[in-house]
Design a protein around this ligand. Structure first.
Ligand SMILES: [Zn+2]
Ligand SMILES: [Zn+2]
Length: 798
């Protein structure tokens, strides 16, 4: 546009109090009602001119009194709509030609397409209060219409094909506006002015119901909704098409129904999230703090992990979250959810529409075939889902939000990189809880959670998501960042698509702790505590219990947990008792005079006696002959071993389950630490956990008391490792990261204790502590290395 101009030409030239100016507004300003807001503001201030969407920003040309123009510039920031995020307003004088071409009133131009360097677009937004009131108002023309939305709410990221964000470039394209909607869409004073997904019963998408296996839909609209409600009341499982994918729904108060869902989904243990009608219903189930209340009712509507009340047991079926004191709870975020929950008036299990470990179903045909064995019926509609977005999962740790799974409502809003990347880059992440990150300048766009990258379906979801996001952002990566593990599908992708000089390899745990540092803007050296499942170290062994001196470019290892074999490799992750045997028979020995575990005598015999003797023999052989028994210094695997020795968990359904179980078993008990040893090996301080594990067997205290004592021990050991690290380096900043810190007792306890010890401790807040945060950490490291001209060699000195 004609905004790069010489002088502040006045309009009319004779009036010194009049001027014409251009305003370039950057940030999240499209799809959030920004242009109507500008229109109202300009009109209120008596300005003439125009506003339009350019790729990635909003451009305004306005003329009027200088006082009004000043106020306008100020209020663009202070009065912006709730979901907008104004990052920068650039004010430029407008040349005489452009100024004389301005309209005589204030107008909204259709969007212009231009080359994008800085594209941002908003996440999906939960139904606003105004739309909700219309939904339940019998006099309103959108009464009970499940696709009601306005400029303040509705689908965004999940329906956008291309930027700028305009109806014609969304999956709303096939729905031609009716006269009434057209009028609202064109009226700058209307709440639906340029609400791109605007729709009504006359012109918008429609619900459809189909019983599983039926050749065609048997009901549409209100009848489809009634059919779904009847099916749910009857204990059936219903696939419900949502914003970013299909959900599977069932009555959360009907145990048989929930158990059927578990069997079909092959998800036997992991608690299900529950959608409840409103905040009061959430508070009947769980204790809800002030921040948790804001998260539950905010525009993103994530699943919030909450502490269940005793009364939850009377309300919910046992199999929703058997034995778990934490419940994942969320509130309706689409009009369809509001209608379903209001009609059923009971909590619904609402879980991702997939078989465990598969990507979320988004395409209708794909959903019909893939979910046929899981759902009894389908409540779908004819608005396409363009991008897959699972529900975000979040929680509060030490009085602040800490995201567990970042997706709908959060992604793809960019996170800042403390050091700008000189070239656009792609960080492909790790394997479990996979995400990738596209970065340009100081912006890191972390893609939504994509499940475990272990098979073809998830790999396709990854490459589809990557193609979509890089097109929307107009970001063609020149450099790729990947994990050191050569067998990760993400690493293989990087190696197959980019030549060696365009690749940067980053050690897994360096990426973890860097993700925490980068979030908090830390660019100076820090002490990184990575307590994790497994990641490839730079010495060919697996790591996961490490203390690093790090910055965003490199790291040096200062301390680690002792190593133990993983008998059977990946199988050991799913069978914690194998890890217990690994420590019992193959734990790292430091001293020839003291080769094995401290004697646990009869207690060890009793532990072995409850296992299958053939399995014990097999594992002992694997350890003795080092057959498929890689060694790891992993904190996550040590938690597994402890859980098995305490009889809390022999078999794990998912990574980190044992760490979570130990926390639950410990409840709120206070405990003294168990015995432990620290040893100096070469330049490293090493925690030898064998005395700790022996005490678990011999102590005789209850499993709950010992679970508490074990966690106290890990916290005490961590403080000792850090105290030694501080003595050697003088560094006081600590970044905690890695999947083990999903254990909230350990995380919040350490944050408190380390602060008391004089450290400045941080933990991940905006990206997960688990592997979902790795791609962001990779991006931050690569940016820092590229900016400093350093090579991509991992493990370099800080
Ligand atoms: Zn609305
Ligand atoms: Zn309409």
């Amino acid at each position: 546009m004609a905004a790069t101009v010489q002088s502040d030409v006045r309009v009319p030239a004779a009036d010194p109090n009049h001027a014409a100016r251009a305003f370039l507004v950057e940030g999240v300003v499209q799809g959030v009602g920004f242009r109507p807001f500008v229109w109202r503001l300009a009109t209120d201030l008596g300005l003439v001119g125009r506003v339009r969407n350019a790729a990635g920003r909003v451009e305004v040309e306005a003329a009027g009194s200088t006082g009004a123009l000043d106020a306008f510039a100020r209020r663009l920031r202070t009065d912006a709509p709730p979901r907008a995020r104004v990052e920068r307003v650039t004010v430029l004088p407008l040349d005489v030609e452009a100024a004389t071409g301005l309209p005589t009133a204030f107008e909204i131009d259709e969007s212009v397409v231009s080359a994008a360097v800085d594209r941002l677009f908003p996440p999906d937004i939960a139904t606003c209060d105004d739309c909700l009131a219309e939904l339940f108002d019998p006099a309103d023309r959108r009464y009970r219409y499940p696709f009601t939305n306005c400029t303040n709410c509705g689908p965004r990221a999940t329906i956008i094909d291309e930027l700028p964000y305009d109806r014609a470039q969304t999956t709303m394209r096939p729905f031609l506006l009716c006269e009434d909607c057209e009028r609202e869409y064109r009226d700058p004073a209307n709440r639906r002015f340029h609400a791109e997904p605007v729709a009504c019963p006359a012109c918008g998408p429609r619900l459809a119901w189909r019983a599983t296996g039926a050749p065609a839909d048997s009901a549409t609209g209100e009848a489809a909704l009634s059919a779904a409600v009847a099916a749910l009341r009857g204990g059936q499982i219903v696939a419900v098409k949502g914003l970013g994918g299909y959900h599977l729904a069932c009555d959360a108060t009907d145990d048989a129904s929930v158990r059927r869902l578990r069997d079909r989904k092959r998800r036997w243990a992991k608690p299900f999230a529950v959608m409840v009608r409103d905040l009061a219903a959430a508070e009947a189930l769980c204790r809800v703090g002030a921040l948790e209340r804001r998260l539950l009712t905010g525009p993103a509507r994530p699943i919030v992990l909450l502490e269940a009340r005793a009364a939850a047991k009377q309300i919910l079926a046992r199999s929703v979250a058997a034995g778990n004191r934490r419940l994942g709870v969320f509130l309706p975020y689409t009009p369809l959810h509001h209608l379903l929950l209001a009609q059923l008036d009971r909590p619904l299990v609402l879980t991702s529409g997939n078989l465990t470990d598969e990507p979320l179903a988004t395409d209708d045909d794909d959903a019909l075939s893939r979910l046929a064995g899981l759902a009894d019926g389908f409540l779908a509609h004819d608005r396409e889902i363009r991008a897959r977005y699972d529900d975000t999962v979040t929680r509060v740790v030490a009085r602040r939000e800490s995201v567990v799974r970042r997706a709908r409502g959060y992604a793809p809003e960019p996170l800042p990189l403390p050091i700008a990347t000189p070239v656009p880059l792609l960080a492909v992440g790790a394997e479990l809880k996979h995400t990738f990150t596209l970065a340009r300048g100081t912006r890191a766009h972390v893609a939504p959670h994509n499940g475990d990258l272990e098979d073809l379906a998830t790999h396709r979801a990854f490459t589809d998501g990557l193609a979509h996001l890089s097109r929307l952002l107009a970001l063609e990566p020149e450099v790729v960042v990947h994990d050191l593990h050569p067998e990760y599908l993400s690493t293989k992708y990087a190696v197959s698509r980019f030549s060696a000089d365009k690749r940067i390899a980053v050690q897994h745990h360096h990426a973890h702790v860097a993700s925490c540092a980068a979030e908090h803007g830390i660019t100076e050296p820090f002490l990184g505590v990575a307590y994790d499942g497994l990641g490839m170290g730079d010495d060919g062994t697996l790591w996961g219990g490490e203390v690093l001196l790090a910055d965003l470019r490199g790291y040096r290892r200062l301390a680690r947990f002792a190593r133990a074999p993983l008998p059977g490799g990946a199988l050991a992750v799913r069978r914690p008792y194998r890890m217990a045997l690994g420590y019992l028979f193959g734990g790292e020995a430091f001293d020839a005079a003291e080769p094995g575990m401290p004697d646990a005598g009869d207690a060890a015999e009793a532990f072995l006696a409850h296992l299958d003797p053939r399995e014990v023999t097999l594992v002992r052989t694997q350890i003795a002959r080092r057959l498929n028994a890689p060694v790891a210094s992993s904190a996550g695997r040590l938690f597994d071993a402890a859980a098995a020795l305490l009889g809390i968990r022999d078999v794990a359904e998912f990574e980190a389950q044992a760490a979570i179980d130990l926390e639950l078993a410990a409840a709120d008990r206070k405990a003294e630490p168990l015995p432990y040893r620290l040893r100096r090996v070469d330049d490293l301080l090493v925690y030898d956990p064998r005395p700790t594990l022996a005490a678990l067997l011999t102590s005789g205290a209850s499993a709950g008391a010992l679970a508490a004592a074990f966690q106290t021990t890990i916290a005490v050991v961590t403080r000792e490792l850090l105290s030694d690290a501080h003595a050697r380096t003088g560094v006081r900043t600590v970044c905690l990261s890695g999947g083990v810190f999903q254990n909230r007792r350990l995380a919040s306890g350490l944050l408190r204790e380390l602060a008391a010890d004089g450290f400045e401790p941080y933990i991940n807040r905006q990206v997960p502590v688990n592997d979902g945060g790795v791609s962001y950490g990779q991006a931050a490291i690569a940016a820092a290395r590229l900016a400093s001209g350093a090579s991509g060699v991992p493990g370099q000195e800080v």
